[in-house]
Design a binder for this molecule. Structure first.
Ligand code: FAD
Length: 328
């Protein structure tokens, strides 16, 4: 964790913090999200990511939230994109549309086929997140084959400079294994394939114990993955939400947390339990060397800000995540 300097000040830079949001479904939720975005932006996050419904179901709503961030905050917006079920042409159009809107950071995901989808129908042209990572870089190259910069003192004159690349192309990582993968080796191989394809950051699925994350990092490094892997942490403050998360992610929750949330129906004490668990987990992974924290907000700022307060990390950071320069 951050240490204390002799003058009482903090002697280590604050680790980068980022947040995940999802696109609201109603006008009332959109209004509330605006104020949540403001509160989160005040903490100086490295980026805020916005989820994307598989199959493009939330495309317009996701883009609206991302545009709002671009226009009203100084925070870098990151667009989740999924490719499952898309043709090459559709995926190409999707990436181009987000780049045209000014989005330069992406979380490239395969996504899941809709429940009950006909397996014979196939997954579309892009079979994996790695292929979407490559496509994002390719579309960016096609849009702007080379960059241009003005020449100081020569109005209207330009010189050719290195082509601008997408800011961040992040991918998902699964510390306790993807529910459909054979074994953890397959998850490491998939992550390495995504880095080789051009990803420069990984964000993890939820996990409940620091050892899950730290052990995964050790195996990923041994397997050749070099990009930063941010731990994804969510303060879970109700038993119902915990049950839903277990269902969505397939990652079983620790029985101690389940019991603690179920033992006391008082919302304030449940809130404190969820914040306490997330803050301890965050402290342990940072102590173990995590390069920052990616906090799942569930579109609420109270719990994640309480976690940052507990960790003494509420003040804005100015240091960014060290980027991997091995992008092709
Ligand atoms: P890939 O990297 O292509 O594969 C991931 C892992 O699954 C690999 O280990 C791979 O080997 C294994 N695998 C994949 N398919 C199979 C299969 N058929 N059989 C066996 N093994 C298989 N989903 C959304 O729809 N929208 C979002 O906004 C979204 N955001 C996410 C954010 C984060 C941080 C994470 C961790 C997940 C998110 N997801 C989201 C869920 C994600 O789309 C699913 O987990 C999906 O199943 C895998 O996507 P991927 O990009 O990891 O796929």
């Amino acid at each position: 964790m951050t240490g204390t300097a002799p003058d009482g000040g903090d002697c280590r830079p604050r680790p980068p913090i980022s947040f995940e949001l999802f696109p609201p479904r109603t006008d009332a939720a959109a209004l509330a999200l605006g104020s949540t975005i403001d509160r989160l932006a005040d903490t100086g996050p490295s980026f805020m990511s916005v989820t994307f419904g598989a199959g493009g179901s939330s495309r317009d709503r996701s883009l609206t939230v991302l545009r709002h961030m671009l226009e009203h905050t100084r925070v870098e917006p990151m667009a989740h994109l999924t490719c499952v079920g898309s043709s090459h042409a559709e995926a190409n159009r999707l990436v181009r549309e987000f780049l045209d809107a000014g989005i330069t950071s992406f979380l490239a995901l395969r996504g899941d086929p809709p429940a009950g989808a006909d397996p014979e129908a196939g997954l579309g042209d892009l079979q994996s997140a790695a292929e979407l990572v490559q496509l994002i870089h390719r579309v960016q190259e096609e849009r702007e084959p080379f960059g241009q910069a003005g020449i100081p003192g020569l109005p209207g004159a330009t010189s050719i400079r290195e082509r601008p690349r997408p800011e961040r192309v992040a991918v998902a990582a699964f510390p306790t294994g993807h529910p459909r993968s054979r074994d953890l080796e397959q998850d490491i191989d998939t992550l390495l394939a995504k880095e080789v394809a051009g990803a420069n950051l990984a964000l993890t699925q939820l996990f409940w114990g620091a050892d899950d994350y730290l052990g995964f990092i050790e195996r990923a490094r041994a397997g050749g993955v070099t990009m930063p892997i941010l731990p994804g942490i969510m303060p879970v403050t109700t038993p119902a939400r915990l049950a839903r998360l277990v269902e969505l992610t397939g990652v079983p929750a620790p029985s101690r947390l389940v019991r603690a949330l179920e033992a006391d129906a008082d919302p304030d004490r449940q809130f404190a339990t969820g914040v306490d668990h997330a803050a301890r987990l965050a402290a342990d992974v940072l102590d173990g060397g995590a390069p920052g924290l990616h906090l799942y907000t569930f579109n609420r700022h109270e719990a994640v800000l309480a976690v940052l307060d507990r960790l003494g990390l509420r003040t804005p950071a100015f240091a960014g995540i060290e980027r991997n320069t091995r992008t092709p």
